[in-house]
Design a protein around this ligand. Structure first.
Ligand SMILES: [Zn+2]
Ligand SMILES: [Zn+2]
Length: 511
C-alpha cells in the first residue's frame, strides 16, 4: 500500500499544475458547454505549433520535477488504461456489430457520444487535465463525423491496432505533435542563453516524454468513455438508438451493413468546383480562395465558382450565355447543380444512374433513367426481349405477359421501391449478379398476381424462361423467409427500414 502511494507521486505533484492553456486561450468550461469547449480547443490547436503548446504547459517545470520512478509509474499507468481500452474495443468490434450500429446512428447522436467521451476524458486523471486536449490535434469532431462517421471507426481501428502491436505503452504517431520533440534547451529559460546548436538536453526530452504519455492517456480515456457512452445507449435502448436497434434486429445482417456502407459515402454538403477546370479547393490546396461570379450572385443569388481569374476568363464564352439571366451551372459532379451531389463516388447504385446518363450524352436524369445497360454475359432470348422492351419504354419497371402473350406494363409508384427494384433489375439484366432477382419476383408476385390475365403461376413461368429454371425456387424460398419473419416483402421492408436511417425516399421522386 505504501509503495502505491509513493508510485502515485507524479500525479499527486501534478495536481498543483495550473491549467495554463485553458486560461491562455480563454476556453469555456467543459461542464457548461462541451460543444463550445471543443470548438474553442480545435481553433486553439489550429493556430498553435506543438512547441508553443509544450512550452506553455511546462512553464513551471524544471529538470527535477519528474524522477525516473515517476516516469516508470506513468508508463505503467498508461499501459493499464490502454489494456482496458483494447479489451473494450475488441469486444465491441468482434461481438457487438459496433461499426454498423455506429454508422447507422444519425449525426446528432454521433456528435453527442464523441463530446461525452471528450468531456469525461478531460475530467479523468491526467497530469494536465483538460489541457491535454491541446496535445491531440487528431481528435476533432469533424474528422470523426467524416464519411457518415467512418472517421471515428477508422480512428478506433487504428488505436486498437497500435495498442495490440506491443505490450509496452503505445504511442499514437502524430507529425504535428512530434515536431515538439526537438526543441532547443533550455527553452523555458532565457532565449539568449540558448546555444545556436540547439542542443537537446535530457530534461527537454523528459518533459516531451511525459507530455506524450499524457497525450496518449487522454486519447485512451476519450476512446474508452465515448465507447462506453454508446454501449450505455445500446443497453438502455435510448431514444436516439431505438431506430438503429430496430433495424439491426428486424432485417438480415447484410441489409443493415449495406445501409451503413451507403451512409459512409454520403456527402453532408455539396462540393465546390471551379466551373472551368472542375478542381475543388482541396485539389488545389494551399488555402486557395475561390471566387464567385458577382453578376450571378447579385442578380440571381446563384453561385458559380472559379479557382482563378484565368479560369473565369477561359469559361466566359460559355458562361456569358446565362450570366445574370438564368441560374445555370454545368452541374459538375458533387456540386449543388448535380442532383446526386449527396452521393459519393463509390456508390454502385449511383454510378449506375450516372453512367446511364453519360452513355446517352445527357446529364441526369431521374429514376426512370435507371435502365438495363448492355449485358456482360449472354441473356436468354426471353430476357433479351424484356431488355429491349424496357429500353424502349423507360416508364415501365417490368413487362409481364399474360397467357395469350399480351404485355402488361408493371409500373411502381413508390420512389423508394422503384429505386431498389430498378437497381436490382440493372444487376440482374446485366448479369453482374443474380441477387435481387428473388426480391423482384417476390414483389411482382405480391402486386401483380391478381391482375386480370396474370397469376402466380404465369409470372413464375415467365421469370424462369427469362432467368433460368431455378428462379422460381429462389423466389419461393425468399417468400417463405419473409413470411416466417412476419414481413411483407423484401423490397417494402427495405424501404421502410432504410427510411429510419435516411429519412423517407420521396426526394427520389423529384429527381
Ligand atoms: Zn479553375
Ligand atoms: Zn455569371
Amino acid at each position: 500500500m505504501a509503495s502505491a502511494i509513493k508510485d502515485d507521486s507524479a500525479i499527486e505533484k501534478a495536481k498543483h499544475l495550473p491549467a495554463l492553456l485553458s486560461k491562455k486561450f480563454n476556453i469555456t468550461d467543459v461542464k457548461q458547454d462541451a460543444l463550445k469547449w471543443n470548438k474553442e480547443w480545435e481553433a486553439a490547436i489550429a493556430s498553435s505549433t506543438a512547441a508553443d503548446v509544450l512550452k506553455e504547459i511546462c512553464h513551471f517545470l524544471d529538470d527535477s520535477f519528474f524522477t525516473p520512478s515517476d516516469i516508470e509509474f506513468l508508463h505503467q499507468d498508461l499501459r493499464s488504461v490502454q489494456d482496458h481500452v483494447a479489451e473494450i474495443l475488441r469486444s465491441l468490434f468482434n461481438e457487438g456489430h459496433f461499426d454498423t450500429i455506429w454508422l447507422l446512428l444519425n449525426v446528432t447522436e454521433q456528435r453527442r457520444h464523441i463530446l461525452e467521451g471528450l468531456k469525461e476524458a478531460s475530467e479523468a486523471r491526467t497530469l494536465w487535465g483538460q489541457d491535454c486536449r491541446a496535445l491531440c490535434p487528431e481528435v476533432t469532431v469533424s474528422n470523426f463525423l467524416a464519411q457518415g462517421g467512418k472517421g471515428f471507426v477508422d480512428f478506433l481501428t487504428r488505436v486498437l491496432e497500435i495498442t495490440e502491436s506491443s505490450t509496452k505503452p503505445a504511442f499514437l504517431p502524430n507529425s504535428w505533435w512530434e515536431q515538439a520533440s526537438n526543441l532547443p534547451n533550455p527553452w523555458w529559460g532565457q532565449a539568449s542563453d540558448v546555444s545556436p546548436r540547439k542542443q537537446i538536453s535530457e530534461s527537454t526530452k523528459l518533459v516531451f516524454e511525459v507530455a506524450t504519455i499524457d497525450r496518449n492517456k487522454f486519447i485512451g480515456h476519450f476512446v474508452m468513455f465515448s465507447a462506453m457512452s454508446i454501449v450505455r445507449d445500446i443497453t438502455n435502448r435510448s431514444e436516439g438508438m431505438k431506430g438503429v436497434l430496430h433495424l439491426m434486429e428486424n432485417t438480415e445482417g447484410y441489409v443493415a451493413r449495406s445501409l451503413a456502407g451507403v451512409k459512409t459515402t454520403l456527402r453532408d454538403k455539396p462540393l465546390i468546383r471551379c466551373e472551368n477546370c472542375t478542381k475543388t479547393p482541396e485539389d488545389i490546396g494551399q488555402g486557395v480562395r475561390f471566387m464567385v461570379c458577382s453578376v450571378c450572385k447579385t442578380k440571381l443569388k446563384f453561385e458559380v465558382h472559379y479557382c482563378s481569374q484565368a479560369c473565369q476568363k477561359q469559361d466566359w464564352s460559355l458562361h456569358k450565355q446565362a450570366c445574370g439571366k438564368k441560374p445555370v451551372s454545368k452541374g459538375l459532379r458533387g456540386t449543388k447543380g448535380d442532383s446526386l451531389w449527396a452521393f459519393g463516388d463509390s456508390n454502385p447504385a449511383v454510378e449506375l444512374i450516372r453512367n446511364l446518363g453519360k452513355k446517352e450524352g445527357r446529364g441526369l436524369t431521374s429514376l426512370r433513367d435507371i435502365g438495363v445497360n448492355p449485358c456482360k454475359g449472354k441473356r436468354s432470348p426471353a430476357a433479351e426481349r424484356q431488355a429491349e422492351m424496357l429500353e424502349a419504354d423507360r416508364n415501365v419497371d417490368y413487362f409481364l405477359f399474360t397467357a395469350s402473350g399480351e404485355a402488361v406494363r408493371f409500373v411502381i409508384d413508390d420512389p423508394g421501391a422503384k429505386m431498389v427494384f430498378r437497381i436490382n433489375r440493372g444487376m440482374v439484366m446485366t448479369k453482374t449478379g443474380d441477387t435481387g432477382l428473388d426480391a423482384m419476383g417476390e414483389y411482382m408476385l405480391k402486386v401483380m398476381s391478381g391482375y386480370p390475365g396474370l397469376s402466380r403461376h404465369i409470372i413464375l413461368k415467365q421469370l424462369c424462361e427469362e432467368h433460368g429454371a431455378d428462379t422460381a425456387k429462389k423466389i419461393v424460398w425468399l417468400e417463405r423467409k419473409t413470411r416466417e419473419r412476419g414481413k411483407t416483402t423484401f423490397i417494402e421492408d427495405w424501404v421502410k427500414d432504410s427510411a429510419n436511417v435516411f429519412g423517407d425516399w420521396s426526394w427520389l421522386g423529384s429527381l
